[in-house]
Design a protein around this ligand. Structure first.
Ligand SMILES: Cc1ncc(COP(=O)(O)O)c(C=O)c1O
Length: 384
């Protein structure tokens, strides 16, 4: 396959390429959205409530608040914790920047812990070593839908009185020790942005096991007002007084309708992802040049993405692109960006991973033929 364009507009239109990501839209999404539009209630309403109920039931989540994005979910959680100027939040540098820009938005400082090279998740020991009097919270990311070592992180959190935010943008439907991500935890944030298993265009949610945090989060996503309680009088829909400052982060009913359809049809893309992920793990287990990341036995990953460590990444990327297979670096070490204060030199595992991790295509729109092509190309690369 010649003349594969670079990642420009042309490339976006080139249907010959096997993509790293896809946007999964269930077949009945259009009909469901049309119905919501016809109802004329498109603001936060009964569909948003239904979405929360469905999420709660499907993933055994005790308390859930829907919001406008995963970034909003992170920021609202940080706000509820009370993160502000002068506070430090220990976080992972190997993530999409939103995990850490949310800390900056709140006026806090991200303090980067190192990662575990094999899982790409934050290293609990490194987290412990960065705790000081200014530390206000810990953020971890279940990278690629492969859960962090939550036992160790929760123990650190308990011992130091620090809340943990689990950025679970990748992890809807994944499990840790038999529990869905979101069933337990202080603040567990989800994203329903376009490449996620549930795609609302944009959308988010926060799960919490704490009733107190739940009450605050409901208010945080709409100007400090609990929308379900707001009709205190016939005259004035707002309460007499508003005592906390909130955001405009509520989820509307159009978005929620897409979310409901996504939950109803969740098993189809989720099972497909699992099949592909398991096949890749089997096929690549003996490779030397490509190393699959480690999936601890206690974890049930959802394979939101499939990162691998690869020898000579540029060579590999060109080799795959030349065969019409998109491979991409998903996230760069966040400390490379000026906004986070500059490169650190105390993150050796991050340094290695930043130089050799790349995503192999994994999503529910891949055909068997596509997967065969990806597998064959990688096995062939192994022999070069
Ligand atoms: C790890 C991580 N956190 C947060 C986000 C932000 O989510 P959203 O795009 O819904 O704001 C993303 C987005 O992909 C992400 O990958």
């Amino acid at each position: 396959m010649n003349s594969i364009p670079n990642q420009t507009k042309d490339y976006e239109l080139d249907e010959r390429i096997i993509r790293t990501w896809s946007t999964f839209v269930p077949e009945d999404a259009g009909t469901a959205v049309a119905e919501t539009l016809r109802s004329k209630w498109i603001n936060t309403g009964k569909m948003e409530k239904l979405f929360r109920e469905k999420l709660s039931a499907k993933f055994k989540i005790p308390n859930i608040v829907a919001c406008s994005s995963g970034t909003a979910a992170l920021r609202a959680s940080l706000a509820i914790i009370g993160v502000g100027p002068g506070d430090e939040v220990i976080s992972t540098p190997f993530t999409f920047i939103a995990t850490n820009t949310a800390i900056l938005e709140q006026g806090g400082t991200p303090v980067f812990a190192d990662i575990d090279y094999d899982t790409l998740n934050i290293d609990p020991e490194s987290v412990r070593s960065r705790i000081n009097a200014k530390t206000k919270a810990i953020i971890c990311v279940h990278y690629g839908g492969n859960a962090c070592n939550m036992d160790a992180l929760r123990k650190i959190g308990r011992n130091h009185g620090l809340p943990i935010i689990e950025d679970s943008a990748h992890a809807l439907g994944a499990k840790y020790k038999g529990d869905f991500i979101g069933t337990k935890g202080d603040f567990v944030t989800f994203s329903f942005q376009v490449v996620k298993i549930i795609n609302c265009g944009d959308g988010g949610a926060i799960a919490t096991a704490s009733e107190e945090s739940y009450q605050k989060l409901k208010r945080a996503v709409w100007y400090g007002v609990d929308r379900e309680e707001k009709k205190a009088s016939r005259l004035d829909p707002l309460p007499e007084d508003i005592t906390m400052l909130g955001f405009k982060y509520n989820m509307n009913d159009i978005t929620a309708t897409l979310g409901c359809v996504g939950i109803d049809g969740f098993d189809l893309p989720a099972n497909r992802r699992r099949e592909i992920g398991e096949r890749y793990r089997r096929e690549f287990s003996k490779c030397r040049k490509i190393k699959v990341t480690r999936y601890p036995e206690d974890n049930t990953p959802n394979y939101q993405i499939f990162p691998v460590h690869v020898e000579n990444r540029t060579l590999f990327a060109n080799y795959m692109w030349d065969r019409g297979i998109q491979v991409n670096v998903n996230n760069r070490r966040n400390d490379r960006y000026q906004i986070f204060g500059g490169l650190r030199n105390d993150l050796p595992n991050l340094e290695r991973a930043d130089g050799d991790v790349i995503l192999v295509p994994l999503h529910s729109d891949l055909s068997e033929k596509d997967i065969d092509r990806v597998v064959a190309a990688i096995i062939e690369y192994e022999k070069l």
